[in-house]
Design a protein around this ligand. Sequence first.
Ligand SMILES: [Mn+2]
Length: 397
Amino acid sequence: MKILHTADWHLGKSFDSSEFDLITEQGKLLHSIVDIARYEEVDVVVIAGDVFDSYSPSASARRLFYETVCELSDMRKLVIIIAGNHDSPEMLRAEIPLYKGRNIIISGTPSDDLTIFQDGVRDFEVEINGHFVLVKRDSPTAFFLLPYASEVRLREAINGDSAAQEASDYTQKIARIMASEPPFDGADYIGVSHLFMENGEEAGSERQLILGTAYRVPLSAVPPHFNLMLLGHLHSYQTIGNRAVYSGSLFPLSASEAQRSPEKFVVLADGSGHFEPITILPPNRVKSLSFNSVEDALNAAARYSETLVFLEIRTMAVSSENISAIKKAYQNNLITLRFSFGDEKGRAGEINIKAMSHEEVFRRFYREKHGVSPDDELVRLFLSMLQQTEEKMNGTV
Ligand SMILES: [Mn+2]
């Protein structure tokens, strides 16, 4: 059984006050994933969560998703999708009736009833048992689908399982769900989930699943009959032990991710647990650049004409003419433009907020956020609102 694993597409994400068209870039990358699925002759495509960036993604994001999964299905690939922490399970499930008679299986929450897919898949014979989807091919493979589990969703999923309900913490409950007896004889077992596995490393653009480190699941919680875990959530490609892998995201979603993990991959795997990464975005396509002056940034622009850039300039001496000049120099390649305080080494300089007046703090914040100074009317409005709030809090009104 040949499997292509991808995750964290984050379709519909936009960058603050940026004209950069991420959906077009994402569309190109999804095209190359479809091509890889075709020439590698994979049987199953696994999308391990965070398909969309938000609960109500844009129409263009939805369209790209539908086009991609339908194209894969039309190529007789089985597409298995689980929800991540950014996805609305209800929204993903809402489309299920339209997929009847195609090769698409969706799991929104850990308590979803998957038996609706028992007879709803066109080119594959599948057998459903709880969280397991057995795909009957020459080498039968059972996929265990565990979409992102918030504490509430986890509680719903173990409702009725007294041993799991007694388990005290998040990790034990996950382990308990995964520990269910493997139901099919002679099948390979592959886990699919959206979670934070212990020893995994963040790329800097992940939204925390749940606060704290108590929600990191150790590989030891995954029973030995699983040959491999195909994971979503962490945005850098990485392996945990020898039987868990994160494909990483489709495209770097922040300057820090562009720095830590500029190269992007899909994973080709088989039911026995062998896997290898395949590059879909080369390491020099997206860069996080940092300069000490507007002039330096302008001078360097020609060198990056083929590169998409997250640009940071460590100066506050900036005018709207500067900003136009930079936008023009970097044309359509500018993903984000940020001005910051900072020393030569690139670390943000220490600012003692307590020693600053409210007006100074606001002006600096505004410049940092928008790259231009606020006008005086806005500053006056802010200060008067602040004063009203303070008066209310002090009970003087
Ligand atoms: Mn994600």
